[in-house]
Design a protein around this ligand. Structure first.
Ligand SMILES: [Cu+2]
Length: 117
């Protein structure tokens, strides 16, 4: 009897595993259109900043930024990594910008930048 219960348990586990695998491979509804970087950025906190220094070679920018509530960071001047080389078009020395800053494994990264209105 004990042996039989064990087999039922094994059968149940295999059954659950199979149905999970099937659920994962069954095509669901088509994914929504890939959001543009801009739409993506709008869902995140935009921070006003002034570009103090640009170091394209090391991929870093010094920003004097306003408070970043989502990162619990007060206004200050600090160095950020820049995610994408295209951002250098906006991150020019002296420019007033609005940026999205995200926490990286080490430090913080500017993932979006646009000219401040
Ligand atoms: Cu800061």
């Amino acid at each position: 009897m004990k042996r039989r219960k064990t087999w039922i348990a094994v059968a149940l586990i295999v059954g659950v595993g199979l149905s999970t695998a099937i659920a994962q491979t069954t095509p669901g509804p088509a994914p929504a259109a890939t959001p543009t970087a801009q739409a993506d950025a709008k869902a995140k906190e935009m921070v006003v900043a002034e570009v103090r220094k640009v170091d394209k070679e090391s991929g870093k920018v010094t920003l004097k930024h306003g408070e970043i509530k989502s990162l619990d960071m007060p206004a200050m001047t600090m160095v950020f990594r820049v995610k994408d080389a295209a951002l250098w078009n906006t991150l020019t020395e002296g420019a007033n910008v609005r940026v999205v800053i995200e926490k990286a494994i080490v430090g913080y990264t500017v993932t979006w930048a646009e000219a401040a209105p």
